[in-house]
Design a protein around this ligand. Structure first.
Ligand code: AMP
Length: 281
């Protein structure tokens, strides 16, 4: 597995890969890799001749300094996991390499970032779009793989690519979960044992909410899940939104659109976790 830290070397090397007619698959990550990330790598390996993974904890997408500081960094074990997955190349730039100067680009995502993560984490998606666009320019992938775990991020990247005619095919990948249902996340390792024990309730409640569709009206469903979360003293409920899968705008009635997803964010102690479930597809 090749490891690169410099943009120019990465770009030049990948130019030679592409000149040989090889297709390039790309998996952007922030490291502290788990089976969710590896599933994206495996999907890319199946569909491309050459797979690149980036590990970069992107400072400009964190709206809280403490979250950036505490974000897990596990380079040695990440390398081992990537090597055994069969990944061909890792791109691991420094902050100075990626941002030698401050970037002020402001993206307009229409209504897509006015809800859920966008509403609760101001500037987050702008930072994500800046880094993803830059990574696409460096890596020049044919396909890029994004997890449905970050469903709103996926929608924003698809919008970014379409609006700017970026020649990359975005491939959505399913959420990988622990045996008890907790969606895998790099942040899970920072849960205390007690919080970790309670965390599976997030997906349990999402599943129960899905079982209530369509008998329980949309608004009542939101009220019900909030009350359920509030029964857990260690969980601080942030939002539960039932939205149109395409526009991400809240729906008021089940019949309003064809595909509906429920997205949730909660805090368990200091850790913020998100998850989602497709209610109607
Ligand atoms: P991150 O390192 O958190 O920025 O995530 C990198 C990529 O992995 C993103 O496209 C995520 O959506 C995806 N990802 C993270 N967790 C999971 C999971 N549990 N299942 C599938 N994909 C995931």
């Amino acid at each position: 597995m090749r490891v690169f830290e410099k943009i120019s070397e990465t770009h030049n090397f990948l130019k030679t890969v592409k000149a040989r007619g090889l297709s390039v698959g790309f998996v952007p990550t922030m490291g502290a890799l788990h089976r969710g990330h590896i599933s994206l790598i495996e999907q890319s390996l199946k569909e491309n001749n050459f797979t690149v993974c980036s590990i970069f904890v992107n400072p400009i997408q964190f709206n809280k300094k403490s979250d950036l500081k505490n974000y897990p960094r596990e380079t040695t074990s990440d390398f081992q996991k990537l090597k055994s997955s069969g990944c061909n190349m890792v791109f691991m730039p420094s902050n100075d390499e990626m941002y030698p100067e401050p970037v002020n680009t402001q993206y307009d995502f229409g209504q897509l970032d006015k809800v859920m993560e966008g509403k609760h984490r101001p500037g987050h998606f702008n930072g994500v779009a800046i880094v993803v666009r830059k990574l696409f320019e460096i890596i020049m992938p044919d396909k890029a793989y994004f997890g449905e775990k970050d469903f709103q991020q996926l929608a924003i990247i698809q919008y970014l690519v379409k609006k700017n005619n970026i020649p990359v095919n975005i491939v959505p990948c399913p959420i990988i979960r622990e045996n008890d249902g907790l969606a895998m996340s790099s942040r899970n390792v920072r849960l205390t044992p007690a919080e970790r024990k309670e965390a599976p309730v997030i997906f349990q409640l999402l599943k129960q909410a899905k079982e209530k569709v369509p008998s329980l009206p949309v608004e009542a469903s939101g009220k019900w899940i909030k009350e359920e979360f509030n029964k857990y003293p260690s969980i601080k409920f942030e939002y539960f939104e039932i939205v149109d899968m395409e526009t991400l705008q809240p729906v008021k009635e089940w019949g309003e659109c064809k595909k509906i997803i429920a997205c949730v964010a909660v805090h368990l102690g200091k850790i913020r976790l998100i998850d989602n479930i497709i209610l109607i597809s």
